[in-house]
Design a protein. Structure first.
Length: 202
């Protein structure tokens, strides 16, 4: 009888944890998904994708890969509260931003950016790549992690803070024209429906 009672208590304990987990999950993720949606259309798109898309920290899905290339002195453009380890964060403010980096010419070993370039317009993306070329040393690295074009969640008409999801070929052409060469590309969607590009300054 004691054995059955202990098993019963264990089951009650597990049920209690699960109910608590359901409440936490609802408050942490379901409510957040509602609060960050600017429109019904955006909310419906959010519902189609896993919950971790509402948390942020896209760089979590590329950090390990980026560490293979981004070494030495560098910056994380748009890193916010999830910066690349050891990199100085460049945010959008009056003194410095993606189009006006404060570092001197050819002073950085790498520029890392995760889910930032899509917040720039066509013209701004051109300026950003040129600015990266200015501050990166010869043979330095430009690492870009960004959304794929085909994921409806990322499209500017759904996520209004996005200005342009550049296609892979267009981004490569832009970087080649600005003095970079391709080191490696992974344009197949990962678990964050994103792709990565690694360029080397000529």
């Amino acid at each position: 009888m004691k054995i059955y009672f202990k098993k019963f208590l264990k089951l009650i304990k597990r049920l209690s944890f699960s109910f608590y987990g359901d409440i936490y999950f609802y408050l942490r993720y379901n409510i957040r998904r509602r609060l960050i949606s600017d429109s019904l259309k955006q909310y419906i798109e959010y519902k189609k994708y896993p919950y971790y898309f509402t948390v942020g920290n896209a760089s979590l899905f590329c950090i390990d890969d980026a560490k293979r290339f981004c070494k030495g002195k560098g910056i994380d453009v748009g890193g916010s509260i999830y910066p690349f380890p050891g990199a100085r964060v460049v945010e959008n403010n009056k003194n410095e931003n993606a189009l006006k980096i404060s570092d001197p010419n050819e002073s950085l070993d790498f520029v890392f950016t995760s889910h930032c370039i899509e917040h720039l317009s066509d013209k701004e993306q051109i300026k950003f790549i040129a600015e990266c070329h200015r501050v990166i040393k010869k043979e330095g690295i430009l690492y870009i992690y960004m959304p794929i074009e085909d994921a409806s969640l990322w499209r500017p008409e759904i996520m209004r803070v996005h200005k342009k999801i550049t296609g892979s070929e267009s981004l490569v052409d832009l970087c080649l024209k600005n003095g970079f060469k391709v080191l490696t590309i992974s344009s197949t969607a990962d678990l964050y429906f994103s792709k990565r590009f690694v360029f080397v300054k000529k």
